[in-house]
Ligand binder design. Structure first.
Ligand code: ADP
Ligand code: MG
Length: 489
């Protein structure tokens, strides 16, 4: 019969609790526990759930207190800190008797005797399902991955030469290059890259890694903060934290991507902080990325934020139209498919969120062209990217039309309603009226009012004038078409 090892506190109590478990209510309790876990899983997502909560084993309910068992003190503290309140609230909602949730540590080897259930000493009134899940995630049986393969492989496509440089990213690019040329130089350690999603942080980190590994003689470890956490947890479970630490502290360059993931994960943060210090003190290079600057990463420990900001902090700004065009041109060229400039412009206008989406749209066009052997045109772009464009769509307003048209011809927005009649101003104004007529459901008088209280006959005239010009002047027609597509999607 397996013996229950109690770690830390109150062994007597846990054992007693296990024995006192009232048979009749066990099933009900297990049922409730299942619901609590499902609710929590829905709230926090599968990944977190599997990492943390799968390992909880249900204990008894005594008076108003339900006990949950955890295999390690670390997990107990973590779950108490992160999910304690939620667990309690969900339990209360599920069972009116419950007022408190007690988390207790029971050594993993004996917490769930999978092969040979021994009811008397099993601390948990766990359901068979609990056991299966625990078996899969059995802490004493880490996967082969847990010990080896600490870093993630580098993506060979993400190099410096495939990175298109423009105003928004030139500083970050220069810093990354510098680190790749001369790691651990003072002032550049750590290198902290930050910016919104899909703007090239991961790309730059891989580029640094590839450059350094190609040069040889330098060991590089790249991993996401999430992976860092998993590895760390796996190491704890398999009692190989020393190996984990030693491995990380033996690399020349450590790169941790998406550090914001560690917000609220205090224990992993703590571990990272120590690794960080050990490496920097030993003159190794650290590169970190996040979605915000160190000072804006509230939720990271102060001392960690301070240290992160000590080297070089470089932000990647949102893309500009020019950069989007350059990136599209580079990628189109690399693909070998001819993509007309108008299409690139259209994409750069429509998909402004980030490079990843832009790239996705272009890749789809290219795949289509290759698959069907059809040239890419503005028309089929619209079809092929129908769903993507729709997602980026909003309802068009007259104000928006005026703004886009003014931008396009480089005139002032106020000229849309001014009395100026110079051709350079009057023509765009007419186009804007034309588009307002075609893209909105506004009446001619309504449109007239938005253009400096002009008469509806003026709007009518503008509409027919633009129509006429489009038939005569191909370039002009293309401009108007482009604007129209941009506005309507
Ligand atoms: P982040 O890590 O900032 O979320 P990524 O580095 O994953 O963004 O970039 C998303 C995609 O966009 C990748 O495929 C990357 O190659 C591409 N990308 C981003 N910025 C550039 C750039 N300046 N030049 C070329 N490709 C880029
Ligand atoms: Mg990234």
């Amino acid at each position: 019969m397996s013996e229950v090892h109690m770690a830390e506190e109150g062994p007597g109590k846990v054992q007693a609790a296990a024995f006192n478990c009232v048979e009749g209510s066990t099933e009900e309790l297990a049922e409730q526990w299942l619901k609590v876990r499902e609710r929590l899983r829905a709230e926090i997502g599968d990944v977190e759930y599997k990492t943390w909560l799968l390992q909880i084993v249900l204990g008894p309910l005594e008076e108003d207190e339900v006990t949950l068992f955890l295999p390690t003190r670390f997990l107990r503290d973590w779950i108490r800190g992160q999910y304690g309140d939620r667990l309690e609230a969900l339990w209360r909602a599920e069972n009116a008797l419950v007022r408190r949730v007690e988390l207790q540590v029971v050594r993993p080897a004996t917490a769930v005797p999978i092969a040979e259930p021994a009811p008397d000493s099993t601390p948990a009134a766990s359901t068979p399902r609990d056991r299966v899940e625990m078996g899969e995630e059995n802490p004493s049986n880490p996967g082969p991955e847990a010990r080896h393969d600490l870093a993630a492989p580098l993506d060979p496509r993400f190099t410096f030469s495939s990175f298109v440089v423009g105003k928004p990213n030139e500083f970050a690019y220069a810093c990354a290059r510098r680190v790749a040329e001369k790691p651990s130089s003072p002032g550049f350690n750590p290198l902290f890259l930050y910016g919104g999603v899909g703007l090239g942080k991961t790309h730059l980190m891989h580029a640094i890694g590839s450059e350094l590994t190609q040069a040889g003689g330098v060991s590089v470890a790249y991993m996401s903060a999430e992976k860092f956490m998993y590895r760390f947890i796996a190491a704890i479970r398999s009692q190989s934290t020393m190996e984990f630490k030693e491995h990380l502290r033996s690399v020349d360059v450590l790169m941790i991507d998406d550090l914001q993931f560690l917000i609220g994960k205090d224990n992993t943060q703590e571990e990272f902080f120590h690794t960080f210090n050990a490496l920097v003190d030993a003159g190794r290079q650290i590169v970190v990325s996040a979605d915000k600057s160190p000072s804006d990463l509230s939720g990271l420990e102060d001392r960690l934020r301070t240290r992160l900001g000590c080297g070089m902090v470089a932000d990647i700004h949102a893309t500009t139209f020019e950069l989007r065009i350059s990136i599209l041109e580079a990628k189109a060229q690399a693909s070998g498919v001819v993509v007309p400039g108008k299409v690139l412009e259209f994409l750069a206008h429509k998909i402004t969120s980030n490079v990843r989406e832009l790239e996705g749209a272009l890749n789809r066009l290219i795949a289509h062209a290759n698959l069907f052997g059809r040239p890419v045109t503005l028309e089929n772009t619209q079809d092929v990217l129908h769903d993507i464009l729709k997602a980026h769509d909003r309802r068009v307003t007259i104000e928006e039309i005026q703004r886009k048209v003014a931008e396009h011809w480089n005139i002032r927005l106020t000229d849309m309603s001014s009395a100026r009649r110079a051709r350079a101003v009057a023509r765009p104004r007419q186009v804007a009226m034309f588009l307002a007529k075609h893209l909105t459901s506004r009446s001619l008088p309504e449109i007239g009012r938005k253009f400096g209280n002009r008469d509806h006959t003026t709007v009518m005239h503008a509409v027919s004038r633009v129509q006429e010009l489009m038939e005569r002047d191909v370039a002009f027609a293309e401009d108007v078409e482009l604007l129209k597509r941009m506005l309507e999607g």
